[in-house]
Design a binder for this molecule. Structure first.
Ligand SMILES: CC(C)CCC[C@@H](C)[C@H]1CC[C@H]2[C@@H]3CC=C4C[C@@H](O)CC[C@]4(C)[C@H]3CC[C@]12C
Length: 588
């Protein structure tokens, strides 16, 4: 926050009237010139000609000045707009770091020690960059060998043809990547693929209005004259998904959990944790090339995703506005996944660093539990250049049985020819490394048995197995760059609308308008809801409680209290307020 303030102070704030004021009339007089020329005995006509020349010269100078002033004004507005975006982004994804520091509860402390150290030091010295990845001074080597070189070598066997199922349309093949490894049991191969087919859309609706140009200026001019703090970021920067829906994106590759469940059932806990690790990495795949902001859900907004085609149902709710926390709960086939997410941010001028706080928990029906936290994400080029994000740091997947896993996400450097690398190891209770993982968070993950964490011995290596491969992008990519899975998330499939509570993200009007390409309406609806959301803090202070999640006794994390699907069965939504409509006076 301090850093943000410091940067803000760097921008001089001129009032709009100052900026728009016409250039003061520069009085140009030729009197002195005339007198001089008269003294020299120059003729009247020559004097008049000289005066004309002078006046013309000044007029063109004045024109140039006006143009410069106009350019200056545009630049100032651009700067202001950029500043607004920054602040808005902060508000959406971030919350007061101090508040969070104070609120570090037992569950947060459960996380890896190094990580908590990093967050604690933040309040002491906000300006010192604490790099979770660098901080990790573990015994193992930190070197990242070049997986690309390795993957392209002839010793690598498991790429080639991936597993395909016939029960899916041609569009859906490629979904369940699996090594062409004959030894893999077909039951494992088929785990997570034998679910009923549900017809879902393959593209977003065609935009009703023409897409607006990417020009920042087109948006700036709409905001001229507004108080900086009241300017809301135009909907143009949003993608037609809420953060609640975005959290469901982590489950795109849920078949990895189905496989993990099946492996464990057969007593192979190593294969189980390898699939869990691949799942944890796969959650990042959809962030590549995504540069729009998800909608910030309203307090109490919910999102349900019933996906029998993936053998799961997912539910999420925004449980707190300050700090912004989203809780989710997902029931799969043989497993349950839950967590709450809250982002701590640091602003570095041209980039923003987001540190997710909170633990994700995966519990298999046989009682095996895995817990991990997400790594740091940074968004670069906020001011100039192409916006992109990177994920880096160490992720520890802690299991309650035999194995635990450590995954390192390599931080991208400016000249990195091979970014997005992830490498990991699986250790047994005694600390022995039993398997090595490697890949890229936006491409694939492989494993080899044994310890290859130093990268040595890879030449002689003949067996690397594919665990996960990112599925191909949609046929009709939009400017939001949504994955095929994300495209399905805001769809109101036939019959669904009647079953939803009034709090579901799919019913949020501005988001729906944006999806339909009605940009102007989307903007005005967004303004209305944002105005409404300003009441949220007050509501929370007056003891507002989430509907479907509750804080653990003495803990800090939210847990699903149940009842959502039961209420849905009965259509009992009386307790769900109409959050997208107009606010009743008694709640103001
Ligand atoms: C509008 C302009 C200025 C900014 C656009 C910012 C985009 C790139 C930001 C806004 C919110 C961000 C997301 C917020 C939260 C998470 C969860 C984290 O565990 C992985 C990264 C991820 C998924 C972020 C990816 C980048 C993201 C989508």
């Amino acid at each position: 926050m301090e850093a943000l303030q410091a940067v803000k102070d760097m921008f001089p704030r001129m009032s709009n009237s100052e900026l728009m004021a016409p250039v003061d009339d520069v009085a140009v007089t030729t009197d002195k010139l005339r007198q001089q020329l008269l003294k020299e005995g120059v003729s009247e006509s020559a004097i008049q000609e000289s005066e004309l020349i002078m006046r013309n010269e000044f007029a063109s100078l004045q024109n140039q000045l006006m143009l410069l002033k106009q350019k200056h004004r545009m630049l100032m507005d651009t700067l202001r707009q950029l500043e607004t975006e920054k602040v808005d982004l902060e508000n959406t994804v971030v919350d007061e770091s101090q508040r969070q520091c104070k609120e570090v509860g037992p569950s947060a402390r459960l996380r890896q020690d190094k990580y908590s150290e990093a967050s604690a030091s933040e309040s002491e010295d906000d300006n010192e960059r604490v790099d979770a990845a660098e901080e990790d001074t573990d015994d193992e080597e930190n070197t990242f060998f070049d997986t690309r070189d390795f993957l392209s070598s002839s010793s690598f066997k498991s790429s080639g043809s991936d597993f395909r199922t016939s029960s899916f349309s041609s569009d859906d093949d490629d979904l369940y990547a699996y090594a062409s490894d004959e030894s893999v049991d077909p039951i494992i191969k088929f785990a997570g693929t034998k679910f009923p087919y549900v017809k879902r859309r393959k593209k977003l609706p065609n935009p009703i209005e023409k897409e607006k140009g990417v020009s920042l200026w087109s948006m700036i001019k709409d905001n001229i004259g507004k108080d900086l703090t009241k300017v809301c970021l135009p909907v143009y920067f949003n993608e037609p998904l809420s953060s609640l829906q975005k959290s469901f994106e982590d489950l795109e590759y849920s078949y990895l959990l189905d496989r993990a469940s099946e492996w464990g059932r057969r007593g192979d806990s190593l294969m189980r944790i390898l699939n869990v690790a691949a799942f944890a990495v796969s959650a990042y795949a959809s962030t590549e090339g995504r540069i729009c902001k998800p909608f910030n859900p309203l307090l109490g907004e919910t999102y349900e995703a019933e996906y029998p085609d993936k053998g799961l149902r997912f539910f999420s709710e925004k449980v707190s506005h300050h700090p912004m926390i989203i809780a989710c709960h997902c029931e799969g086939t043989g497993w349950k996944f839950s967590g709450d997410s809250n982002l701590k941010s640091k602003f570095w001028g041209r980039s923003i660093q987001l540190d997710p706080v909170g633990i994700l928990t995966l519990e298999f029906d046989d009682g095996e539990i895995f817990q991990w936290s997400k790594v740091t994400t940074s968004i670069y080029n906020l001011i100039l250049g192409k916006l992109y994000c990177d994920h880096y740091g160490t992720m520890r997947i802690q299991g309650n049985h035999n194995y635990s896993c450590k995954l390192k996400f390599k931080e991208q450097s400016i000249i990195d020819r091979n970014p997005h690398q992830v490498q990991g190891i699986v250790q047994d209770r005694s600390g022995k490394i039993v398997a090595t993982l490697f890949g890229k968070w936006d491409e694939n993950m492989h494993y080899v048995n044994g310890d290859f964490s130093s990268g040595k011995g890879f030449d002689s290596l003949s067996e690397a197995h594919l665990l996960w491969k990112r599925s191909k992008p949609p046929k009709d990519p939009t400017r939001y760059n949504l994955t095929r899975f994300a495209i399905t998330m805001n769809e109101l499939i036939p019959g669904l609308k009647d079953k939803l509570p009034p709090t579901d993200s799919r019913l949020r009007p501005d988001q729906r308008c944006l999806e339909n390409g009605e940009y102007d309406r989307a903007n005005s609806e967004k303004l209305r809801l944002e105005e409404r959301q300003r009441q949220a803090r007050k509501m929370q202070e007056r003891g507002w409680k989430p509907q479907w999640f509750a804080k653990e006794k003495g803990g800090d994390s939210y847990h699903y209290i149940g009842g959502y699907w039961e209420a849905r069965e009965k259509g009992k939504w009386e307790a769900c307020p109409d959050i997208f409509g107009h606010i009743p006076c008694d709640q103001m």
